[in-house]
Design a protein. Structure first.
Length: 238
C-alpha cells in the first residue's frame, strides 16, 4: 500500500528544481552589457533547498504513514473486540443451553423419583386403607340393615329379579321375619308374577339370614355373605 503518493526520488527532485533555476544566454561582446546584469547561481544554496524540500516531503510521508498505521491498529482492535464480543455471546448462549438441558434432566429425574416414592407410600398404605374402608362399609351396612324396618326384604327383591321366570319359590327365614314376608307377598308377585310363593320358618337362620329355594337353584342370602361380596367387589376394583 502506498503511504504517500507525493514521495518522489531524489534525482527527480533535483531535475525538477534545477530546471527552475537556469541561466539565460548572454553575449559578452555586447556594448550595453554591464556587470550587474549577470545572473549568478549559488549551487550550495540550491542543494540546501533541494535537501530541505526532500526532508519536508519525507517527514510528511512518515507522519501520514504513522497516522495510517494508528488507524489500522485501532480498526483492527475494534474489529477484534467486536468479533470477541460476538464469539463470547455465542459461547455464553451455548453454555446456557447446555445448563438448561442439564437442569431439565435433573428436574425429570426428581419427578420420576418423587413418583416412585409416592407409589411406594401408596402401596404400603393401600392394604391399611382397604381394610379401613371395608371395615367402615361393613359397619354402615349392618347399621342400615338393622335400622331398616323391612330388614331383609331389599335382599329378597334383588334376588327375585334374577329368577323372575320361576314358577315355584320357597323362602326360608328366621321365625321373627315370617310375618314380614307374608305382608310383602304382593310385592314379590310383581317381580315374579308366574311364581307360587311358600314361606317357611327356619330356626337355624339368624334374623338377617334368608334362603331362596327355586325349582333348580338355591340362593343363600346370608347378610354376612352379602357383606363379603361387597368387600370382594371393592378389592377387585382397587
Amino acid at each position: 500500500m502506498t503511504l504517500y503518493n507525493n514521495v518522489i526520488k531524489k534525482e527527480q527532485i533535483d531535475n525538477r528544481i534545477i530546471r527552475k533555476f537556469h541561466v539565460e544566454n548572454f553575449d559578452l561582446n555586447k556594448e550595453n552589457h554591464h556587470q550587474e546584469n549577470l545572473t549568478y547561481i549559488d549551487t550550495n544554496d540550491l542543494m540546501d533547498e533541494i535537501y530541505e524540500k526532500e526532508k519536508q516531503i519525507l517527514d510528511e510521508a512518515l507522519i501520514q504513514a504513522e497516522t495510517i498505521k494508528s488507524e489500522a491498529e485501532q480498526e483492527g482492535y475494534t474489529t477484534g473486540f467486536n468479533t470477541g464480543n460476538e464469539e463470547g455471546y455465542k459461547e455464553g448462549y451455548k453454555k446456557a443451553l447446555e445448563e438448561i438441558q442439564i437442569e431439565k434432566k435433573e428436574a425429570t429425574k426428581l419427578i420420576i423419583e418423587a413418583q416412585k416414592i409416592k407409589n411406594e407410600i401408596i402401596g404400603s398404605m393401600e392394604a391399611e386403607v382397604i381394610n379401613l374402608v371395608t371395615s367402615i362399609s361393613e359397619k354402615i351396612t349392618r347399621i342400615a340393615v338393622y335400622n331398616n324396618d323391612e330388614k331383609i326384604i331389599p335382599m329378597i327383591k334383588n334376588a327375585l329379579s334374577d329368577i323372575n321366570n320361576r314358577e315355584r319359590i320357597i323362602i326360608r327365614v328366621n321365625p321373627i321375619n315370617i310375618q314380614l314376608l307374608k305382608n310383602k307377598e304382593d310385592d314379590f308377585l310383581k317381580i315374579c308374577p308366574a311364581a307360587i310363593f311358600t314361606f317357611l320358618e327356619d330356626n337355624s337362620l339368624n334374623e338377617l339370614d334368608c334362603i331362596l329355594d327355586s325349582e333348580n337353584e338355591v340362593l343363600d342370602l346370608n347378610i354376612e355373605n352379602q357383606i363379603k361380596n361387597i368387600i370382594l367387589a371393592f378389592q377387585e376394583k382397587r
